[in-house]
Design a binder for this molecule. Structure first.
Ligand SMILES: [Zn+2]
Ligand SMILES: [Zn+2]
Length: 265
């Protein structure tokens, strides 16, 4: 006898290439599959230490798509050589997006003017290589939206990842045709503004992610996050929206495939 059809999910943003998973990566992926998380995007950071090569190797071994880009934290490392390398990587079918890119004025690990310039250059690169972008923005929402608008990012499209902004950022991103991806933060107490956005984003623009190994959602808070937990994020979003998880999970998976130009295999 077979039980009810298992729900399927996609983790739109995880870092399972990171050393935190070196000891048990295959078990982590097996747990994800067991939970119905059959697809995930491995986000590769160009960090001057081969971060994106590591992400690509792990993604290839596990059969998942991958992205590559210079995180705003590492913007100070950006050079013409790195840009050329990214341009080359974009021709690899494994790479389905440029990112994560954007602005992070919380940590300010790179000077803000450098972050702005590197963000702009990578948006132009994405346009050249015809790939969508994955946007990281923290405490810089108005500037991030303004740069996306000025660079006409509606031509490339993409995702605002780990959404922690307000209604204005969501609206400006939606006008540009972007998807909004929610992480476990949506289920945290006192996340009312984010929850309000999660209630009202059009269903065809919704994504969920773990950002593993960071940001474990309740009830796993404080532990290492892993892709299997994206089911908890989807459950939280479904509850906020008053929609059955079955319906939402179908849309989330379709949106994931569409956002990154993936085909059903
Ligand atoms: Zn990020
Ligand atoms: Zn990330």
């Amino acid at each position: 006898m077979t039980g009810p059809a298992k729900l399927k999910f996609a983790d739109s943003h995880c870092h399972i290439d990171m050393p935190q998973f070196d000891a048990d990566r295959e078990a982590v992926v097996a747990r994800a599959r067991e939970a119905g998380v059959e697809r995930m995007l491995v986000v590769g950071g160009v960090d001057g230490e081969g971060g994106h090569q590591r992400a690509m190797r792990v993604a290839r071994e596990l059969g998942f798509p991958c992205s590559a880009g210079v995180h705003p934290h590492e913007a100070r490392l950006y050079t013409d050589d790195i840009e050329d390398e990214l341009r080359g990587l974009a021709r690899d079918g494994l790479i389905v997006a440029i990112g994560e890119i954007g602005l992070d004025f919380h940590y300010d690990h790179s000077p803000r003017d450098v972050q702005r310039e590197v963000f702009r250059r990578q948006l132009q690169l994405a346009r050249d290589v015809e790939l969508p972008v994955i946007i990281h923005t923290r405490e810089a929402d108005k500037e991030t939206a303004a740069i996306l608008e000025r660079e006409e990012a509606e031509d490339v499209g993409g995702v605002i990842h780990c959404f922690t902004g307000d209604r204005e950022l969501a609206d400006r991103a939606l006008i540009l045709g972007f998807c909004i991806s929610f992480s476990g933060i949506v289920a945290f107490p006192r996340a009312e503004v984010i929850q309000e956005v999660a209630r009202t984003v059009p269903i065809e623009r919704l994504l969920v992610e773990t950002d593993a190994p960071f940001l474990a959602p309740p009830p796993h808070r404080g532990k290492r996050n892993e892709p299997a937990f994206v089911v908890e994020v989807a459950r939280a979003v479904a509850k906020l929206r008053g929609e059955p998880l079955e319906d939402l999970s179908r849309s989330l998976l379709e949106n994931f495939m569409r956002a990154f130009g993936l085909r059903e295999v």
